[in-house]
Design a protein around this ligand. Sequence first.
Ligand code: F6P
Length: 331
Amino acid sequence: MDMATKQIRNIGVLTSGGDAPGMNAAVRAVVRGGLHYGYHVFGIRRGFHGLWRGDIDELNGQSVSEKLQRGGTFLMTARSKTFNSPEGVQKAIEMAKVFNLDLVIAIGGDGTFRGLRDLARQDFPVIGIPGTIDNDIACSDYTIGYDTAMNTAMEAIDKLRDTAMSHERCSVIEVMGRKAGYLALNVGIACGAEVVMIPEVETDFTRDVVKVLLQGRNSGKHHYIVVVAEGAGSATEVAARIEAITGIEARATILGHLQRGGSPTNRDRTMASMMGLQAIDCVRQGCYNRVIAYKAGELVDFDIEEALNMNKTITAVEIERARILAARRAP
Ligand code: F6P
């Protein structure tokens, strides 16, 4: 059947990859929006793994009650290796037929979208919704979970500042982000970090770390915050280097998975809800194999192949701005 005219009655929804606060809100919107327009919606548990295994149940309006404010994903998630093979994709499509699924909506990151693309290439209609705390989906300025994770990291660093101040130490904090520095950069700006190290911009340790901290000390500072994106280095190593070179006592903290948990912020709840409804709008318009994106203040959608070929990065200007804000010159 021609993809554009394929009659969609049954929609499967799943969450895949690293969980992100707001994923529940997105699933809820897909379910409530889908039911509103007369579709049947099926929850697929544990991401693509669940599709492959037929871990699928029909959802109703009540299935998504009391989920909006919860962190994690009630559908659960997985990083499926089995699915990444032609046999895995075929088996997933066969299982989708067993459950009469006509289309799958998945919330996740790049890996999730590649899984969807593989289904789309076999003529199985899909729609992706960007959900990851890393904000590293190229086609979208925003990904579900990013705001909550930034606020969680910010609150943790504010607390670390109290103890760094009391002991006149340098607190080196490693934040998540995989290969991207969005979380680190924006948390660093919000916490007034002296130094932010991100993978997109090379750090000259002498110029960008040692010199900045010593200038701070000469200007009267007694404690320091250094934020390291996990893709740019290890907080433990950075702290040891700082202490060895400057003599400033340093402590490392790896925020780790606590950044992925917690009740989603207003921004994540509303963004996820609107993205979920936008996905249902795409289905209604017969617009398949799309990725929902937030671009220049608007919700839009892109062809999934096109979306996966896009790039985005942090510019030198953005990191320079963070450095200007952090610098305190001697009076
Ligand atoms: O993609 C989200 C993320 O939290 C990254 O920031 C991090 O590198 C990765 O997932 C950790 O993955 P896992 O939970 O599988 O260890």
